[in-house]
Ligand binder design. Structure first.
Ligand code: PXP
Length: 247
């Protein structure tokens, strides 16, 4: 294993559910631009949004509007479809995270099928990379899947932490061990390691403690806490947790 030298850990705040609230009533509020501004002011390193095929929360116009105002980095989550790749190439986010997408799911339910969908993901990665967009592939913490990512040539992975987040006791420890092993393997191969999904104020410390981890993408728990303490405090509290985990 390669030595890991003080890799700083960053936070991408997923603001999709600000749009979920807005879409619930078809109003113009809560305002995504204001949300992204406050989250950045509170210290977040990136704004993450997922333009879903069914447009259930983020709308096309949001992506273009946010592109003009985000001061940190835009991390655009997208399915590996021609429609989404075209939009990404037009909007030109700093980062694009390719995710699997099923219409009927409540949220992204697992990592990409980098074996079965190899050619489609390869084509998507090549097109985005050719447009100077840094590609991250959202995958399960699985060594075989990381080997496929190496063949595809994506520089970044985001490890799916949903199974870890939903588990308890020994099962959770086992899943954490898988995430640690996958992080070490990917880092040794020169891949940047991010993680996300289901992370909250009670389960983020263990993931942030993984020294190879570069970025956590967190949405639902931050936006939920924001209802009670405000989005600035909800963001700074998770950042504090992450930074404490590294000390
Ligand atoms: N990372 C990816 C790739 C996702 O699809 C999502 C959900 O959109 C998240 C992170 C954030 O997950 P959560 O809302 O559970 O924090």
């Amino acid at each position: 294993m390669q030595a890991v030298q003080n890799i700083p850990i960053e936070l991408g705040v997923n603001i999709d559910h600000i749009a979920t609230l807005r879409q619930a009533r078809g109003t113009s509020y809560p305002d995504l631009i204001e949300a992204a501004f406050l989250v950045e002011e509170a210290g977040a390193n990136a704004i993450t949004i997922h333009l879903r095929e069914d447009r259930r929360h983020i709308q096309d116009q949001d992506v273009y509007d946010l592109r003009k105002t985000i001061k940190t980095r835009m991390n655009l989550e997208l399915a590996a479809t021609d429609e989404m790749v075209k939009i990404a190439c037009d909007v030109h986010p700093e980062d694009a995270c390719v995710v699997p997408e099923k219409r009927e799911e409540l949220t992204t339910e697992g990592g990409l099928d980098v074996i079965g969908q190899f050619n489609r993901i390869l084509k998507t990665t090549k097109t985005l990379t050719a447009n100077d967009i840094r590609v991250s592939l959202f995958i399960e913490p699985n060594i075989e899947h990381i080997k496929r990512v190496l063949e595809i040539g994506a520089p970044v992975i985001e490890l799916h932490t949903g199974t870890y987040a939903n588990a308890t006791g020994d099962a959770q420890q086992k899943e954490l061990d898988r995430i640690i092993e996958a992080s070490e393997f990917a880092h040794d191969q020169g891949i940047h390691v991010n993680a996300g999904h289901g992370l909250d104020y009670s389960n983020t410390t263990e993931i942030a403690q993984i020294p190879q981890m570069r970025e956590l993408n967190i949405g639902h728990s931050i936006i939920s806490r924001a209802i009670f303490v405000g989005i600035s405090k909800a963001t700074s509290q998770i950042l504090e947790l992450m930074h404490q985990a590294r000390n």
